[in-house]
Structures are given as structure tokens and as C-alpha cells.
Design a protein around this ligand. Structure first.
Ligand SMILES: [Fe+2]
Length: 449
């Protein structure tokens, strides 16, 4: 019987198929870009290896792109066809793919929890659960899962550092910053290429206003990322956040052009519109514009990519970023088309995303449009009542801050000094230290004193 690196059975008669899928999962867990070729090699060695088909579907599902739907359904159908003889664990992964493909994300997570209840070191399930929960804003749930697993981990279990980096990010998003930083640093000590642990510490540093340290942290580790996936570009986005807070806008633009949206980088050549890269680009350009920086024609390449995805409802956090991009380039007809499509989806979807589009993604997208049109009263009307539900769109506190920056800008432009205390409270409630000293809120703070 073949096994993965943590001793779980792999149901295939081909040792090559087993080794390749184990390597694909290993690389996925370690945020390496070299994943899909190993899934392909596994399936080439044994096309009827049901679990490899499941992994293929789950990885494509994780890319949050409506254009992958057919491929995901193909992987799912093939896995179902070959499901006889699957282990109980593999069958649960197959069930999770079925739920995920149908948009029943919380059901998929509960299946990962079931897998982890039997084998708390099944790191693939822990990682997938965290990814799903992060993109629907359910980080308390994710923290609960990794806490249950933690007691079963130690250095002797392969990829211990990855468990620590996942645990660290759960702790960071649930505001346990000291423990998050300690575990994130430990994961990077174990493996300096651990971009997720690096990322978790970067989050702690931005939340605590430790901007100089943040730049040094990224600088000291950037040489380790040659084999890593898109998380590298998100780390460069994080570095932009530190420079932005220091008012170093030219440096932000330089990093944007060199890393975050450098379309000549192999990562962006192979997939220019991966959701997180689209978010990174839109978010940083708007943050710069909110500070009065002219970003030139940098929105154009994002516009071109967004126009192909007006009916993509695979991510309630990404859709408002699409609205931001279309509004920035004056594509108001298409932005309204996007919004109509979001509303129609929300009206009929009975999965996990529909309600989240209603409570968070749609008001955020509408506010982005109103803001670009200078309708600041409307931005306030939209975001003030929705702001306590915005977490439901998913993403991190640092990412969702963009929508609070938009609201703060509209509050200032409307001269609504009565609302400034509310927004500053919100920012501290999100976990940011000393909200009033941050670049997007400093001006507002001076008006109330
Ligand atoms: Fe992040």
C-alpha cells in the first residue's frame, strides 16, 4: 500500500502515481509554484487514481476562476467514476470537492474537519479548510480547527513548519498577535522559504504599526522565494503597505511595477488574472490614488483582464475589486453589468457565497462605484450600515481596510466630522494599533481634535 508523507494511504497500484501526488501536495502545502505538473504526472501514471483527480479538482477550485468550472467538473466526474475502493479519508476529500464545486463551502470545511478528527496531522485538510474559511471571513472557525490539531504536531511529523505557519495566521487574524508572531518566526526558522509564515509575521507587523521592521523582515527573506507561488507577489504587496504608511509613494509604485503587477514575471505570464493578484493590484492603486498619487495608465491591464470575468462569482472578496477596476477606468456600463450579475447570482444562490454577496460584496462594490463618481454621501449610506458585515466577503483585516479607507475618504469629503470617531473605532476594532496615526486616517483624526 502506498502512503503520503504523513502515512495516509493512497489508493493506486502505481508507485509513480502515488509519489507524484504526494509531491504535488507537498509543494502545494509549501506554497511552491510546481504543483500542477506533478498532478498531471500522477494522472498520467494512473488515470483512474480517484484521489489524484480529486486533488486536481480541489487545486483548480482554489484558483477561484469561473473559467475553470468545466475542468473542475471534469475532475469531479472522473473521480466519481473511479471511486470504488477509495479509503474513507479519500472519499471524504471527494465529498469535499463535490460540495466545493457546488459552492457549499461550509459543508466542504466540515468534511475537512471530519478528516482532521481522525487524523489531526492531515495537513492538506488543515490547509484547505483555512483557505476556504479565510475567503469567507470565518477565521474564528479556522483558529478553532488549527487549535484542535496543534496538540498532535511536533518536529517529527513531516512539514511541521507548515502547520505552524497556518496556525500562526489563524492566530494573527483572531488578534492573538504575540503568539502569531512567535509561531510565524518559528516556521521561518525551520524553513526560510516558508512564505506563509513570512506572510503571517508581515500581517502582525502592519497591524502593530511596525513599518520599519516590516520592510526589514521582507528584505531579509526575499532571497528565498525563487520556487514559490503567487504568495511572493502578495508579500511584495505587503511591503508596499509599509512604504505607503511611511509616505514613500515612489517606492510603492516601483514595487508595483517590478513585482506586484509586473506582467513579464513568469508567475503573471502563466496566470495574469489570479484572484489574489487582481486584488493586490486594484487595492494598491486605489490606496495610492486615495493619497493623491497619479498612477498613470496602470489600471489598463487590470481592466482588460476584468472585462473577461464580469460573471465570475467565485469570490465575494474579488468581485468588489473588479468593480473598483472598472470604475477606475471609466467602464461604468460594464461595472453596472458586473453589479447586475452579482445581484442575480445572490438572488438564486443557495450556497455559501450568495448571502455574502448580499451582505458584503454588493454594498462594497456599489460603494466603490459611488466613490469614483464623487457621490460621497451615497458611499456613506452604503458602507456605514454594511461595515459590520464586510468581514463576510473574506480576506484579511489588512485587505478589508481598503473599504474603510474609502469610507474615511468619503466622510472627510462630505465634511461629516460627526462620523470620524466611528470609523476610528472600527479601525481599532479590526485590530490596528493606534488607528489615528495611520496614513489613511490621520487627517480625519486631526479634524476631531
Ligand atoms: Fe496578506
Amino acid at each position: 500500500m502506498h502512503q503520503d508523507e504523513r502515512g495516509h494511504a493512497l489508493t493506486t497500484s502505481s508507485s509513480t502515481a502515488a509519489e507524484e501526488i504526494d509531491l504535488a501536495i507537498h509543494n502545494f502545502l509549501h506554497w511552491k509554484s510546481d504543483v500542477v505538473p506533478h498532478v498531471g504526472a500522477s494522472l498520467e501514471a494512473d488515470p483512474d487514481f480517484a484521489f489524484a483527480n480529486v486533488v486536481s479538482g480541489l487545486i483548480m477550485h482554489g484558483a477561484r476562476n469561473v473559467h475553470f468550472r468545466k475542468k473542475i467538473e471534469g475532475s469531479l466526474a472522473k473521480a466519481q467514476e473511479c471511486a470504488a475502493g477509495l479509503s474513507e479519508r479519500e472519499q471524504l476529500y471527494l465529498n469535499a470537492l463535490e460540495a466545493s464545486a457546488a459552492g457549499r463551502i461550509t459543508e466542504a470545511v466540515s468534511l475537512y474537519e471530519t478528516i482532521l478528527a481522525k487524523s489531526p496531522v492531515d495537513l492538506f485538510a488543515q490547509r484547505l479548510a483555512q483557505m476556504e474559511l479565510f475567503w469567507i471571513g470565518e477565521m474564528d472557525w479556522s483558529e478553532q480547527i488549527s487549535r484542535r490539531c496543534a496538540a498532535h504536531w511536533n518536529e517529527s511529523v513531516p512539514s511541521y513548519g507548515v502547520h505552524l505557519s497556518c496556525r500562526s495566521f489563524d492566530l494573527e487574524e483572531t488578534h492573538n498577535f504575540a503568539e502569531a508572531e512567535a509561531l510565524g518566526r518559528k516556521s521561518v526558522d525551520i524553513d526560510p522559504t516558508d512564505v506563509w509564515g513570512t506572510h503571517s509575521v508581515a500581517h502582525v507587523l502592519i497591524m502593530q504599526g511596525r513599518h520599519d521592521e516590516g520592510i526589514q523582515w521582507i528584505d531579509s527573506l526575499k532571497h528565498n522565494w525563487a520556487d514559490s507561488n503567487q504568495m511572493v507577489l502578495h508579500l511584495w504587496w505587503h511591503r508596499c503597505l509599509f512604504h505607503l504608511e511611511r509616505g514613500e509613494f515612489d517606492e510603492v509604485l516601483h514595487i508595483h511595477d517590478t513585482w506586484v503587477r509586473n506582467r513579464e514575471l513568469p508567475l503573471l505570464v502563466s496566470m495574469p488574472d489570479l484572484y489574489i493578484d487582481m486584488q493586490n493590484g486594484a487595492s494598491m492603486l486605489l490606496r495610492l490614488e486615495l493619497r493623491g498619487v497619479d498612477v498613470g495608465n496602470r489600471w489598463a491591464e487590470l481592466e482588460e483582464l476584468t472585462l473577461k470575468r464580469l460573471d465570475d462569482h467565485t469570490s465575494p472578496f474579488t468581485s468588489p475589486h473588479f468593480a473598483i477596476i472598472l470604475a477606475a477606468t471609466g467602464r461604468f456600463d460594464e461595472a453596472n453589468q458586473l453589479l447586475a450579475s452579482m445581484r442575480a447570482f445572490a438572488d438564486h444562490d443557495r450556497g455559501t457565497f450568495g448571502p455574502r454577496y448580499v451582505s458584503a460584496a454588493i454594498p462594497a462594490a456599489e460603494a466603490a462605484l459611488a466613490h469614483r463618481c464623487g457621490e460621497h454621501g451615497k458611499v456613506i449610506e452604503l458602507l456605514l450600515p454594511a461595515r459590520h458585515q464586510l468581514w463576510q466577503m473574506g480576506g484579511s483585516h489588512a485587505q478589508r481596510d481598503l473599504f474603510f479607507l474609502i469610507l474615511a475618504d468619503s466622510i472627510l469629503k462630505e465634511g461629516r466630522t460627526d462620523l470620524i470617531g466611528i470609523i476610528l473605532d472600527d479601525i481599532e476594532r479590526a485590530g490596528f494599533a493606534d488607528a489615528a496615526s495611520r496614513i489613511g486616517y490621520r487627517e480625519a483624526e486631526t479634524l476631531v481634535h
